[in-house]
Design a protein around this ligand. Sequence first.
Ligand code: GH3
Ligand code: MG
Length: 309
Amino acid sequence: MKILVIDDSKAIRMLVAECVKELGHHVIHAENGAEGLEFIRSNDVDLVMMDIEMPGLNGFETTQAIRSLKGDDWFPIIFLTIKTDDDSYAACIRAGGDAYLAKPISPKRLEMQIVAMERIYEMRRKLHAVQRDLIHANEALSFASLHDQLTGIANRRNFDTTLLREFNHARRDKQPLSLLMCDIDYFKVYNDRYGHMAGDDCLKKVAEAIASVPQRATDLACRYGGEEFAVIMPNTDWQVGRDLAEKIRSAVSARQIPHEGSKADSYVSLSLGLATYNGQFKNIDELMKASDDALYRAKEKGRNRLESA
Ligand code: GH3
Ligand code: MG
């Protein structure tokens, strides 16, 4: 443990340091409350042993300052005091102390007090480790709940909540909102020819290509389902939406993923449908229907192209 000893008496500090070092702990000295507080402000400590009567801040004041500085980051504080009456003991505990040792200090009691505090320290360390693991597990869970396992981009659930939120923003702020639906051409044929594993690999590359185009933090590329992708583009008008959609189509073509069974191109290609909300749709279903209809037209017209509403 890293033990901070705050006492204006050098003799006491030396005595404590000797005992503590023998137990294999690291000791830091501070001559007064202000110096101890300064150390704690920028360093981690595991245990504080502190005199009560000191020039400047006394032990109680220093303890209160430490507790308010550290908030939930608790560590034990042991007072070293000549006052052993009940009132002094109560004052120690009320001030935020955890134990006290009477002066003159008995090395044996000091040692045992540290052993007892070490047990609490160890429990606290384990608790922190479990807490850290829980935080990581929570982060991983929340990422998994919003991202597609295969491609790593946003999933359908993420799409649904984001589209609804952005639609409401667009309606309230009277801003455009573009929604692009993308579908891989002849993907069933691709799977049949190259196998399901190669199909999965293709989906990953296509997702990466699609997600590489939109640059704004508010844009969201999603795997809508199967071999269908969607891109939500808030504050994006029809013309800019079209430019981005064309860039997405080119980005996928540029990956040059061979697709011998496709009648649209010799490489994997996308058909895309864009719709831009400008106040004309009552809800997201109408916006989605408009981009779906545009996608359908792109398929009808021969695939590997963009159609927009
Ligand atoms: P179109 O050009 O009209 O879009 O035809 P298509 O073959 O792409 O469309 P269709 O809906 O007929 O077939 C989609 C295929 O996508 C069928 C399905 O097996 C495949 N697919 C969907 N999800 C996955 C997946 O996660 N992995 C793989 N490998 N294939 C998938
Ligand atoms: Mg398809």
